[in-house]
Design a protein around this ligand. Structure first.
Ligand SMILES: [Zn+2]
Ligand SMILES: [Zn+2]
Length: 391
């Protein structure tokens, strides 16, 4: 009965939600500059009676609104940034409208009912680059949040997301000494030779990497003129793995390769490794609830919680708060890549409409279940604690 009543609210919102999804799709905005997309969402929340905090934590395009009070506190996350040149090729227009639809339908459903608990929507900018959620985490926006829900569109069958990779960004500079390469090569210190050695050394180091470790790099500055010994070379790269602790161990070894290469050629070195996104830790307790609702809605699902080789800033959140991260399909036939024109066009098609509808229903029903059975959130928290001990 509850489900039917709730689903009905979702269906009444679908025209508005689809208009917003199309608006965001046709106004793609890059990380931290999602002004129109953010404003559109805040406007819709205000029209529906929410008091919206805009520009939170010094991020102009981040926002927050909530309903209810007390515990548990369940947050629904919205993403709305696009990709350079490709527009909404990751389908974040569907993530944002699914979050909006879920909380607005829940507000209507919970009115005049006696439920204890808080539900919030957090507008999180810059997922594709910049990591808005990491800033919001650092500034305490997720404090007191007990569970987090966020959908991401996908291809192949719908699934509950499993683990994904942690990554770190690498940046190094080799400093040598320039000289005429024809007449005075002996006066030069060749930074490009040090960079070459670095790629050979790390290529050999790869043989000792455990399983899933991935190391990549490019030379972003490799010299100025063919007649000059290169005195400055810059390399940018990244290293990723499902195991965050193992990844940090290997960063040290990569740094040693850089140091050894610089020493061998007589160069000075500046090496920096900065935290990227942390790997997602899925929460089975919460995912099972959402799986059941998706099944009840007749959605075909992949078994288990399949891992993927991507990375997202929801990963950082997932290591502190249990998350439920359904990947709802917009192309069920077979796996295609997101960040492509095909995926972008699907995010603006009837499949996108369907994705919002099914997501709002499954996430909202799951949240109602958690409000009725708040002890399940304690089980989810215990599961996360145990999983983190295994790192
Ligand atoms: Zn993406
Ligand atoms: Zn994405």
């Amino acid at each position: 009965m509850n489900n039917l009543e709730y689903d009905n609210y979702v269906e009444c919102l679908m025209d508005d939600l689809w208009n917003i999804a199309q608006f965001i799709h046709s106004n793609p905005e890059l990380a931290f500059c999602e002004f129109k997309s953010s404003e559109k969402q805040c406007e819709y929340l205000e029209v529906n009676g929410f008091k919206v905090e805009k520009g939170i934590c010094g991020l102009e395009t981040a926002f927050k609104a909530q309903i209810g009070n007390g515990k548990p506190h369940i947050a629904i996350l919205s993403e709305y940034d696009a990709l350079p040149d490709l527009g909404h090729a990751c389908g974040h227009n569907l993530i944002s409208t699914s979050a909006l639809g879920t909380i607005v339908a829940l507000k209507k459903f919970l009115e005049n009912k006696k439920y204890e608990g808080t539900i919030s929507i957090i507008g999180t900018p810059a997922e594709e680059s910049g990591g808005g959620k990491i800033v919001l985490l650092q500034q305490g926006v997720f404090e007191n949040v007990d569970a987090v829900f966020m959908m991401h569109p996908t291809s192949d069958k719908t699934r509950l997301a499993g683990e994904c990779m942690s990554s770190m960004r690498l940046h190094m500079e080799f400093f040598g000494k320039s000289a005429h390469s024809g007449s005075h090569p002996e006066d030069g210190i060749n930074a490009l030779s040090a960079a070459n050695l670095y790629f050979i050394a790390t290529g050999l180091l790869r043989q000792q990497f455990k399983g899933d470790m991935r190391l990549s790099g490019i030379i972003t500055n490799g010299g100025r003129q063919t007649g000059l010994i290169p005195d400055y070379v810059e390399i940018k790269g990244s290293i990723s793995s499902f195991n965050l602790a193992e990844l940090k161990k290997n960063v040290k070894k990569v740094e040693n390769c850089a140091k050894g290469s610089a020493l061998a050629m007589g160069c000075a070195l500046k090496f920096e490794a900065t935290e990227g996104y942390q790997g997602r830790i899925p929460n089975k307790t919460l995912s099972d609830i959402c799986r059941k609702e998706l099944e009840n809605l007749g959605e075909p699902l992949l078994d288990g919680m399949p891992f993927d080789f991507g990375g997202e800033d929801l990963g950082n959140v997932s290591r502190l708060i249990p998350i439920c991260n359904p990947y709802v399909t917009i192309f069920p036939d077979f796996k295609i890549s997101n960040h492509t024109e095909q995926f972008r066009d699907l995010a603006n098609s009837e499949a996108g409409y369907r994705c919002i509808d099914i997501t709002c229903k499954a996430m909202g029903r799951s949240i109602i279940y958690l409000l009725e059975n708040p002890h399940v959130i304690d089980v989810a928290k215990e599961e996360l604690k145990e999983r983190l001990l295994k790192e």
